[in-house]
Write a protein that binds this ligand. Structure first.
Ligand code: ZN
Length: 326
């Protein structure tokens, strides 16, 4: 095991609030006086859930213990520390201001804490990290618009891009064109979850209507080879999350997951942990699983390069990490 530990890694698709480990979850719950029912914690995965909608429900319960900027600091620092121990050089994690605000934090108070943890982890472990603000589809177009406007009018050193997450099936791309046209107008970097639950048609709509340079998942593009060609031609990078897709039963196993096929067709892919403890996923584990289905060491290293190159990190920092890789 861990034959890939020495390979330098990068991760560009992970939801920061969802990196909370059971021990941090219990600690925050106690500190913030939140009562958690015991059936939240599972045996197969760190948290227990039935299907995707149950997963979303329990995701909200688990992350509801995160109440304060101090919680955000600890969450961020602990995750980066863990990643650094797996030879991860760069993490680009998604954060949700709607979550922070629902708990009484402000845009600045939670982002400042995340940023401080990021700086401290870089000092202590050498790992670099940046953050993407997520709009949440199922909170509606107005909520996503307000979230994006706040980002554009309050630039923050921790923030480098904007993402769209949440219920893909019931909240398709066309609902969010106003927000993403505005972001494009401002040349603000964009990534969008698409092609995890929904098929090629909505991946195409996401590309045409929302202007992403990366797609969260995007794996169901494999069902339409013209779309795969368009993704290659437009040099759109896929943030694939194989363990996540297997846990939510979109694919049966790593061998039937399309990541290898997409890579072999010429798509620039990356692997990512998505919501780690909900799926027993780690970025180390993703690389390990990819080695198990035939990715060579060079190919794994090229995935790290894809992640850094397509990241929204400042150019000079990017070059520094890429040089370290070579
Ligand atoms: Zn995701």
């Amino acid at each position: 095991m861990n034959s890939t530990l020495h390979i330098p890694k990068a991760e560009i698709h992970v939801h920061l609030e969802a990196t909370i480990t059971p021990s941090l979850c219990r600690k925050f719950a106690e500190r913030n006086k939140v009562k958690l029912s015991a059936d939240i914690f599972g045996s197969e995965y760190a948290y227990q859930w039935e299907d995707f909608y149950d997963f979303i429900k329990r995701y909200d319960i688990v992350t509801s213990v995160i109440h304060t900027p101090e919680d955000y600091y600890e969450l961020t620092y602990e995750y980066l520390k863990e990643c650094a121990s797996h030879n991860v050089l760069y993490v680009e994690a998604m954060v949700s201001s709607t979550h922070a605000k629902a708990k009484g934090m402000t845009y600045h108070s939670f982002l400042d804490s995340v940023h401080q943890a990021s700086l401290d982890a870089e000092r202590d472990f050498g790992i670099v990290s940046r953050y993407l603000m997520n709009g949440i589809r199922h909170l509606g177009a107005e909520s996503v618009q307000v979230t994006a406007e706040e980002v554009l009018s309050n630039p923050h050193p921790a923030l480098v891009g904007f993402g769209l997450a949440g219920d893909e099936l019931h909240f398709p791309p066309h609902l969010f064109t106003k927000t993403f046209d505005m972001l494009k107008q401002e040349s603000y970097p964009i990534t969008v979850h698409a092609g995890e639950w929904d098929g090629p048609e909505n991946i195409r709509n996401a590309i045409h209507l929302l202007h992403p340079t990366r797609l969260g998942h995007g794996v169901r593009s494999i069902e339409d080879l013209d779309l795969v060609k368009e993704i290659i031609d437009k040099d759109i990078v896929l943030e694939t999350c194989p363990t996540s897709n297997i846990a939510t039963k979109i694919y049966d196993n790593y061998k039937t997951h399309p990541v290898k096929k997409l890579h072999d067709l010429g798509v620039r892919v990356t692997v990512n942990s998505d919501d780690p403890p909900f799926f027993n996923a780690t970025i180390q584990g993703e690389y390990e699983a990819m080695a198990g289905i035939g990715f060579s060491e060079n190919e794994l290293a090229s995935m790290t390069r894809n992640a850094i190159k397509s990241s929204f990190l400042e150019e000079d920092k990017k070059i520094k990490i890429l040089t370290k890789l070579d």
